[in-house]
Design a protein around this ligand. Structure first.
Ligand SMILES: [Mg+2]
Length: 200
């Protein structure tokens, strides 16, 4: 697929719009098992990305993702800033300018490994990895409804007891709530898939 400037703009706009539109929901989730800042932090980060939209979307896809990642690291803060920053930075490093599906899968796999290393975490700890890893599996398995798989994976963080991040301080009381980072990841996946499906 050709990732020309109009498509790059659409991707940034769609991801930013969904994160900003769901800021309150993300904050509510984080209030249940964290410090209640996830929605506002993510909103601030993606507003900063949007503020630089012309400059960022003018770059080829790899550079665009790295610029967005750098902005997220600087603006989101908390635990999510470095994790999402790492995700986008590594995607930018791994992807060619016009990736095929196979390119996307291997870059996504590399990005997930980078997030694991950055967060010293793995699947099953009630974090965004509990959405990212199932999404990669869905892509590799050729699942038709990848956003649906992402939503289901976010929902499936509910019964998990957190062992990483602030929610882990709650111990068993972290059970019964969707992880905010898992939810924001599912939102981002849905936005990206929505734009790319419109191109096919
Ligand atoms: Mg928080």
């Amino acid at each position: 697929m050709q990732f020309d400037e109009p498509l790059r703009r659409k991707l940034i706009e769609a991801v930013a719009a969904t994160v900003i539109a769901h800021a309150e929901e993300l904050t509510d989730l984080d209030q249940a098992i964290g410090d209640g800042d996830h929605g506002l932090n993510m909103k601030r980060g993606f507003e900063a990305v949007l503020a630089d939209l012309d400059k960022i979307a003018a770059q080829p896809l790899p550079k665009m993702l790295q610029m967005a990642g750098t902005t997220l690291v600087m603006k989101v803060g908390g635990a999510s800033g470095p994790l999402y920053g790492t995700l986008f930075l590594q995607l930018g490093k791994s992807l060619p300018a016009d990736p095929t599906l196979a390119d996307a899968e291997s870059a996504f796999a590399a990005a997930i490994e980078a997030v694991k290393a950055r967060g010293k975490s793995d699947v099953g700890a009630k974090t965004l990895l509990d959405v990212l890893a199932p999404v990669l599996a869905a892509l590799r398995d050729g699942v038709a409804d990848v956003p649906g798989a992402a939503d289901a994976a976010a929902e499936a963080t509910k019964p998990i007891q957190a062992t990483r991040g602030r929610a882990s301080f709650l111990g068993p009381r972290s059970i019964g709530h969707v992880d905010p980072g898992a939810r924001s990841s599912a939102l981002i996946v849905r936005a990206v898939c929505g734009v790319l499906a419109g191109q096919a």
